[in-house]
Design a protein around this ligand. Sequence first.
Ligand code: AMP
Ligand code: MG
Length: 415
Amino acid sequence: MTQRPAAGAAEDGDSPSTVEAYQSAILSAITPLAPARLELAAAEGCVLAEDVTATVALPSFDNSSMDGYAVHASDVARAVQQAPAMLPVAGEIAAGDVGAYRLAPGTAIKIMTGARLPAEADAVVPVEWTDGGTGQVAVYRAAEPGNAVRYAGGDAAEGETLLSAGARMRPMQIAVAASAGRKAVMVRPRPRVVVLSTGDELTEPGTPLVPGRIWDSNSYMIAACAREAGAVAFRHSVVPDDPAGVLPALEEQLSRADLLITTGGVSMGGEHDVVKAALRELGTVTFRKVAMQPGMPQGFGVIGPDKTPIFTLPGNPVSAYVSFQVFVRPAIAALQGADDLSLPAVQATLTGPVRSPAGRRSFLRGVLDGSEVTPLSGQQSHQVASLGRANALIVVPERETQLPAGHPADVLVLP
Ligand code: AMP
Ligand code: MG
């Protein structure tokens, strides 16, 4: 068993941390955001901080599940095509009609889907089983008691827990809350994330490239990752490799950030590693190696008066992407108190061989298709083209240096 280090216990000279130990250290340093009461439209993507219960039975009244005729089942019990039951139609009840109706024996009342069942009726004959008559209806088939009736409480009983704290308010959960009559819910809001790329080589996309420069992709990518993970993300313009500029740029963002993410400037290269240089002196951010590929150099800690968490991701785009999914995504979920911390994982059969460095967990770009996963060519961490073709990350455990085609592998499904 690996010992779980406290956040910030080790520095990058030490032996690499395992992926799990690093994840745990991060999560133990995250405090969920304070809950707020938000109207349903604003609560989408937020995470419930309360249980939502049914204050009334759902539905709250017996009603018809079809357009047809409310009847006494006994009145149509012998109805067949050749000898239909003939019933006078005593009226019509549309959905939303709040009148109090009673069904006299030997009669039918025309009824619409969702309309309240008249008192004493015990079945609905679908219009398709009749001649659709208005003054009188011919019923060609018997209906059992309860046929096409939706009983009060058939969806949920009064007092039943419909949604539990920790659930994310996706469209399905919004539907449930609204169906239970809730206008607003207590949720933890979407974390506000500021993303900032560093590097003298970075050029804004849309502007011409000169040799020696590349277009900045990380800040757009990581901001998009953060939004997809449930955050509100702001992208900062590129920050040059000037150690004196990095800290002020970060501090300026603190008032609008629940989480900061930088990319670049944390490798082992010395004076150009400006993020490391700027943050190390604070003493609240730890830089260390994690036994994985890509994404070995990592930094995490807190910054500013509110101890805002900060991730310093490596600069290579695929390293930054994988680091986000493995470490930042769970942290964003934890800020929301969510129960969906990690990417969904499945097992699939490799269609081709894969390689991995000894002692490090590899996350390889792949294409998952049903029960098979195909490793993509171009697995270096700057090769963003293959990232664009991937829908999954193949996980090769630390103990393996290669896996042959036909071997099963754990696969993370990319959102
Ligand atoms: P660094 O971690 O700053 O040493 O950067 C490692 C590699 O990632 C270098 O090849 C950088 O040019 C590249 N890189 C750093 N930041 C970005 C970015 N925002 N977009 C694309 N590539 C980047
Ligand atoms: Mg750099």
